[in-house]
Design a protein around this ligand. Structure first.
Ligand SMILES: Cc1cc2nc3c(=O)[nH]c(=O)nc-3n(C[C@H](O)[C@H](O)[C@H](O)COP(=O)(O)O)c2cc1C
Length: 252
């Protein structure tokens, strides 16, 4: 895993669903385990386990197999799903930067013997392996995403355009893009649209994960722009129809 600057990958990554089923070599797998152990949490107080497992350890539930998966387990503390989104998106971008395909997998789950390896609650899988399809998008138009005005009311200017664009391109479960960004050029409040009752049955778990993914894209882009992003969790933030997740202060 040599390439570490993932900013440009935000603008070309895609979910990979077709893999060559051969295992990646030992050296690469060791490198992946090293990266996993160095992932930065969004909320440092929450314990997580991230295990490298194979397709034999996964109930794929109709999804195409991948040779490898990262299985994430977490303590169930406030914000734990957003924390998982933030951590695992670091791997999504790193994989893509280093020629490895990957895809978040909400539908598949783990076999019981994998749960025996962690005392924490199983959250989600990230499939990965050698891609058997094109790894990157060649043009921004290939992203199916909402337009900027649908996801934010922050005025877009030269100094925040790339940061907001990195947020807009974040992947989300079923591509729901249910986030909303409010604030100004120095500070971004991250919300998600509250789902209706029917949608909440499916989406409840994924919406906070999606928020964590988006927060990581904003942080990676802001760092690339030589800013020093700071994440804070404000108390008692109310916005009708939305759930508040976090605020990213973009200090220069
Ligand atoms: C939390 C989460 C769960 C997902 N679960 C699945 C899944 O079970 N199966 C699948 O094929 N894709 C899954 N995806 C991938 C999304 O469908 C994909 O990210 C979205 O359609 C945007 O496409 P892109 O990643 O190619 O940009 C998931 C994505 C996220 C963020």
């Amino acid at each position: 895993m040599e390439k570490k600057d993932v900013y440009d990958i935000i603008f070309k990554r895609k979910s990979i669903r077709k893999y060559k089923l051969n295992s990646l070599d030992e050296n690469t797998l060791k490198g992946i385990e090293d990266e996993v152990s160095g992932l930065k949490p969004l909320i440092p107080g929450i314990k997580t386990d991230i295990l490298l497992i194979s397709s034999e350890d996964v109930k794929t539930r109709m999804m195409k197999k991948a040779p490898h998966y990262l299985a994430v387990f977490s303590e169930e503390k406030e914000g734990y799903l957003t924390n998982v989104g933030y951590m695992l998106q670091q791997m999504d971008l790193l994989f893509s930067a280093n020629g490895i395909g990957c895809c978040w997998q909400g539908i598949p789950t783990i076999k019981d013997r994998v749960q025996d390896r962690s005392d924490l609650k199983f959250v989600i899988l990230l499939a990965f392996g050698e891609p058997d399809e094109t790894l990157h998008r060649s043009d921004l138009s290939e992203f199916k995403r909402k337009s900027m005005d649908k996801i934010t009311d922050i005025p877009v200017a030269d100094d925040n355009r790339n940061i907001l664009e990195a947020a807009r391109l974040a992947p989300s479960a079923t591509n729901s893009q249910a986030w909303f960004l409010s604030g100004d050029r120095e500070s971004i409040d991250v919300y998600s649209v509250k789902p209706n009752f029917i949608r909440s049955l499916v989406a409840k778990k994924y919406i906070p994960i999606d928020a964590g993914i988006l927060i990581y894209h904003v942080v990676a882009a802001a760092k690339h722009m030589n800013k020093d992003p700071e994440i804070v969790f404000k108390e008692n933030v109310e916005k009708k129809g939305y759930t508040y997740h976090a605020t990213i202060n973009l200090k220069s």
